[in-house]
Design a protein around this ligand. Structure first.
Ligand code: LMR
Length: 401
């Protein structure tokens, strides 16, 4: 029956973990998937999450189904986190929000909602490069995937001129996918001034902004700062869609905790949009898992736990920033590795686009047992005091060939 099914390629990100696991060398390092590791290279469960779980266990919750759009306390607190307490649509009851199977599920619900209900051409513009999963995800949602320039390989920085030109040339009403902060894979974000310009162009061209916000708090260590782009667009009167993930900022990876939201005209429109979100979700997975949403809701709704969580998010962000500085310093000052490495410390968030070429990343895997995506993206969280020097020395050897 399945004789004509062809072998598919491994996933460009999750496939790396498989290669890493198969490698038996004790020096091996996995810098592929973006999952936080502590200073000993171990997965990290936040203390605030453990405390939230204790509080939940004490409530002895049942295992009943959640509603189709999830836990109401969670979704309202998630919206508050993203939009901020003084957000106009939030205070007017004009945000339609549903729980989702983390950020990927949120994007997929949003893609499907747009494909079904957006009254204009169904084209979405993605930055080049973007998170690899965006492309099949939006294509499978029924949108036509197009691209806008984002990365300048000569400066290893933002191609702001290319970005502006491509958004100005996009047809009216096109959807534009924006990484709210900590752009994946490059680690390069627009400045606040550049965001303001992007907002003006989006308004002028009547584009529809869809934010992927997978790293709120995790990028700079500051919740509000990382929400700047979303909140600025909303303050400028844009209607927006937002996909949120709690995988990174609460370390809830496997709990699949996220939210999808849309700003709408008023509570009456919200009721109609909510009903259509339910019609999309019900045949896909019926209703979302409860545990992660309970954890996030507990943390977001309790001032003490929230403050503890903020400290921990900042701790993760700061550890990553310290790794950036360490690599930069070893490559530039100690090893005098050819090339410039300023971008490593200027980039933000979990990922760094190192500028390493595919043959160099291949050599790093084969000779040094260091795994990263073939485009040269590394997850900074995979580095720590125990392996950063070995990593930098290996990069030096790969660059010198
Ligand atoms: C990544 O880009 O590594 C993460 O967002 C995890 C994933 O699902 O790809």
């Amino acid at each position: 029956t399945w004789a004509s099914v062809v072998q598919g390629p491994p996933d460009p990100i999750l496939g790396i973990t498989e290669a890493f696991k198969a490698d038996k060398d004790p020096r091996k390092i996995n810098l592929g998937v973006g999952a936080y590791r502590d200073e000993h290279g171990k997965p990290y469960v936040l203390q605030s999450v453990k405390k939230a779980e204790e509080a939940i266990a004490a409530q002895n919750p049942d295992k009943e189904y959640l509603g189709i759009t999830g836990l109401p306390e969670f979704t309202s607190r998630a919206a508050l986190l993203a939009y901020g307490a003084d957000s106009d649509p939030l205070t007017r009851g004009a945000i339609s929000v549903t729980q989702s199977i983390s950020g990927t599920g949120a994007l997929r619900i949003g893609g499907t909602f747009l494909a079904r209900h957006y009254p204009h051409a169904k084209a979405i513009y993605l930055p080049t490069p973007t998170w690899g999963n965006h492309i099949p995800l939006f294509r499978d949602s029924g949108l036509e995937v197009r691209s806008y320039r984002y990365f300048n390989k000569d400066t290893i920085g933002l191609d702001f001129e290319g970005l502006k030109a491509d958004l100005l040339a996009a047809p009216e009403h096109a959807v534009v996918l924006l990484h709210a902060c900590a752009h994946n894979p490059t680690g390069i974000d627009p400045t606040p001034e550049q965001w303001a310009t992007i907002s003006d162009i989006v308004k002028e061209r009547k584009l529809f902004p869809f934010f992927d916000m997978a790293y709120q708090g995790f990028a700079s260590g500051n919740i509000a700062r990382d929400a700047f782009a979303v909140r600025h667009f909303v303050a400028q009167g844009h209607q927006v869609a937002v996909a949120q993930s709690f995988a990174k900022n609460m370390g809830l990876y496997g709990e699949r905790t996220g939210a999808f939201s849309l700003t709408v005209a008023d509570p009456e429109e919200k009721a109609r949009v909510d009903s259509q979100l339910k019609i999309i979700i019900r045949p896909m997975y019926s209703n979302p898992p409860a545990h992660g949403a309970r954890i996030a809701s507990q943390i977001l709704g309790d001032a003490t736990l929230y403050a503890h969580w903020e400290t921990e998010v900042k701790g993760m962000a700061d550890r990553i920033i310290s790794m950036r500085e360490k690599i930069y310093s070893i490559l530039t000052h100690d090893l005098k590795t050819p090339g410039t490495w300023d971008h490593i410390k200027n980039q933000i968030g979990m990922f760094s686009y190192t500028g390493l070429k595919p043959d160099q990343t291949k050599a790093l895997a084969e000779k040094a047992h260091i795994y990263m995506t073939s485009e040269g993206r590394i997850s900074m969280a995979g580095l720590n005091g125990g392996n950063v020097e070995y990593f930098a020395e290996s990069v030096d050897s790969a660059v010198r060939g």
